[in-house]
Design a binder for this molecule. Structure first.
Ligand SMILES: [Zn+2]
Length: 291
């Protein structure tokens, strides 16, 4: 064999080997439950670098957090989700809309007055807005965001409890599923159970910051998650997460991670082995049950 051909074959094999290794190293999905205090702000990054931000927490802390988890100089958010117009989910989205190029918004549009909501809406001008309802799905590469609730649009409706305007969204990939419930409370959980919606997910972001008004035992059983993530502030005024929720999680053998104790929770799902690591604030990793 001529030397040049031999070298070409060797380099080709090396390239292939590197490509396989890089594809194995590339995270399958990243889920960052940001450390924004008493509120919710969750960033999903898909393997092909699509970014979805679900809520922005209170104040502007979300900007700092995004600066740490997004690639340097990155300024685009593919989909921004406002679960419901309470300040602990919405306030941080106002500077996000100013700072980032947001390509689309998903929300439920319940009737609500107030200056913060007005400021948020005025920042959305010119951005396509999807009115969330069940069976709507968003495909970002091989990651699908599937809206499970509300069953029909609640746009313009005056709700007694704005928390229940939160869409319930299941993030699905080949290997992992994550259920995001905003601040949806037990009334929404009961509706989902009554309609026999498949809510199974590997990971649950607990509704309403781990409050006892969400996370009924029946709902947690139907979800069957092995990991519950609770987003809440240190020593918050509401006593979140409530001990009843923590007890149910323990009874069901669910591991619990909390932003008030763990800080930002970053889960990196590996393509090959279905493992995940919690990168901050302290390095921890553990294996999941085989999928
Ligand atoms: Zn909230």
């Amino acid at each position: 064999m001529k030397t040049s051909l031999f070298l070409w074959i060797c380099l080709g094999a090396l390239d292939l080997c590197l490509a396989i290794q890089l594809s194995m190293l590339r995270p399958h999905l990243q889920l960052h439950v940001l450390d924004v205090g008493q509120g919710d702000a969750i960033l999903l990054t898909t393997p092909d670098q699509h970014h979805v931000l679900v809520d922005g927490g209170p104040g502007q802390k979300v900007l700092e957090e995004l600066g740490e988890v997004l690639p340097l100089g990155f300024e685009e958010i593919d989909l921004l989700v406002l679960t419901h117009p309470h300040a602990d989910h919405m306030e941080g989205l106002i500077p996000v809309l100013q700072r980032f190029k947001v390509k689309a918004i998903l929300m439920t549009f319940p009737e609500e007055d107030g200056k913060t909501y007005e400021a948020f809406l005025s920042g959305t001008v010119g951005i396509p807005i999807y009115n969330a309802e069940a069976e709507m799905d968003f495909k970002l590469g091989n990651v699908v965001l599937n809206v499970l609730y509300p069953f029909e649009s609640i746009s313009g409706e005056s709700l007694e409890n704005l928390n229940n305007a939160s869409p319930v969204i299941r993030v699905e990939t080949e290997r992992v599923s994550v259920l995001l419930t905003g601040d949806a409370e037990q009334e929404v959980e009961a509706e989902l159970l009554a309609a026999e919606i498949d809510m199974h997910a590997d990971i649950l972001k607990a509704g309403h910051h781990g409050s006892r008004t969400s996370s009924t035992l029946e709902f947690l059983e139907a979800v069957g998650a092995e990991l519950m993530i609770i987003s809440c502030g240190v020593d918050n005024d509401y006593g979140h997460p409530h001990k009843e929720t923590l007890q149910k999680a323990e009874d069901l053998g669910m591991e619990v991670l909390r932003t008030d104790k763990d800080g930002r929770i970053s889960l990196i799902f590996d393509q090959a082995s279905w493992t995940r690591s919690i990168l901050a604030p302290r390095l921890r990793s553990f294996s999941s049950k085989p999928s």
